[in-house]
Design a protein. Structure first.
Length: 236
């Protein structure tokens, strides 16, 4: 999913830079930007992205709805409409013309990322993957942990799932406390460190046979945490 190509079209340079930063910090590396419909069409003619994030209010002769219609004439690429407007009529118009979702400015970075992830999962479904640890198997599609000797899977909470995915994406490497805090609460994460420790403790209780002597979710004192993965595999 992090390899998906994304085109962001907005006439505000600050918004473009903010979105580019949000995606870069989340691990997305293939993000292009355009400030108007003409620039976007030039990029789209060369290569259609996996996702288009499109502002309704664009300068020039073609606004965001016009660009959406032009895209829908040739492609079913998923489109997230992004606008300062909050009127229901605008949302209805976007959906009627083929938008996949609608996000109103201002928005939280985590909200943008969750919307994008949901759209990409729907548009490009992946085969279920499982992450095998020393004492458990985590089903990423179902957000469930299977442990030997337990008949029923253990459900991960939303924050536990976000933390596990961040650690799994960086398996074997140290993920800093700041990066993990940012994963679950966005840019303003200072002061969240103690709460993070609580989430990590609960996650260990679900992943480890002996949470007091973990074999998979390890603490790197003073820096952060590291997840030791045996392998990733297709879900049964």
């Amino acid at each position: 999913m992090k390899q998906a190509s994304i085109l962001v079209v907005d006439d505000e340079a600050a918004i473009l830079e903010m979105i580019r930063t949000i995606f870069a910090q989340a691990g997305y590396r293939n993000v292009s930007t355009a400030a108007d419909a003409a620039g976007a069409l030039g990029i789209l003619r060369r290569k259609m992205p996996d996702l288009l994030i499109l502002d309704v209010m664009l300068p020039g002769e073609m606004d965001g709805f016009g660009l959406l219609r032009a895209v829908r004439a040739v492609s079913r690429v998923p489109v997230l409409m992004l606008t300062a407007r909050g009127e229901a009529a605008d949302r209805v118009a976007g959906f009627e013309q083929g938008a996949d979702d609608y996000l109103v400015k201002p928005f939280l970075p985590q909200e943008l990322l969750l919307r994008v992830q949901a759209i990409l999962r729907r548009a490009y479904p992946e085969q279920n993957r499982c992450v095998r640890l020393a004492d458990a198997v985590v089903d990423l599609d179902r957000a469930e942990v299977r442990r030997p000797g337990r008949a029923e899977p253990i459900q991960l909470t939303a924050k536990e799932y976000a933390l596990f995915c961040k650690l799994a994406e960086n398996a074997g490497r140290i993920v800093t406390i700041g990066a993990l805090c940012q994963t679950v609460c966005g840019e303003i994460w200072q002061g969240y460190e103690n709460t993070l420790m609580t989430h990590i403790r609960h996650l260990r209780e679900k992943l480890e046979a002996d949470p007091s002597a973990p074999r998979s979710l390890l603490t790197v004192r003073g820096l952060g945490y590291r997840l030791i993965v045996e392998r990733e595999e297709d879900a049964p």
